[in-house]
Design a protein around this ligand. Structure first.
Ligand code: 4NP
Length: 157
């Protein structure tokens, strides 16, 4: 059984493509024997078709992760069928996803940081209008939650 997870933020150029790339890198570095597919999407259309933000690409590259080939897309109705989990980066995207989800798919929508309860945080802050440390914070948060997500998927096999 293949498990599919979709990381979701606003523009799909900073946080969610970073989460997708970091999670894929984690799957590659720490093979679990699970069949897992990861993708990302945004709730807003501003950046559809664009590569990730250059600052996000540079920050990931400093950690040995190439995310330059990703392209932004918007969340679509079929995503609630195709993906087992839709993981929102913040409360705004979480509410947006819940509003879009068919009633019987609402339980697939989660806040991504629920998988890192040790952080005591609910949101991956939007780094778009901030400085470079915002992108480092995104990398740290999505790595931690990605590990928790992988552990949860392994536990539910
Ligand atoms: P993301 O960051 O949601 O992490 O991709 C943002 C990207 C673009 C904008 C906001 C957040 N924007 O307003 O254009």
């Amino acid at each position: 059984m293949t498990r599919r997870v979709l990381f979701v933020c606003l523009g799909n150029i900073c946080r969610s493509p970073t989460a997708e790339a970091v999670f894929r890198d984690l799957l590659r570095r720490e093979p679990s024997g699970l069949a897992i597919e990861a993708d990302s999407a945004g709730t807003q259309a501003y950046h559809v078709g664009s590569p990730p933000d250059a600052r996000a690409v540079a920050a990931a590259r400093r950690r040995g992760i190439d995310m330059s080939e990703l392209r932004a897309r918007i969340v679509e109705a079929a995503d609630f069928e195709r993906f087992d989990l839709l993981l929102a980066m913040d409360e705004q995207n979480y509410r947006q996803l819940l509003g879009m989800a068919p009633r019987e798919r609402r339980d697939r929508v989660r806040l991504f940081l629920e998988y890192a309860p040790e952080l005591g945080r609910r949101e991956v802050p939007d780094p778009y209008y901030g400085g470079a440390t915002g992108f480092e914070d995104v990398l740290d948060l999505v790595e931690e939650a990605g590990r928790g997500l992988l552990a949860a998927l392994a536990a539910s096999r």
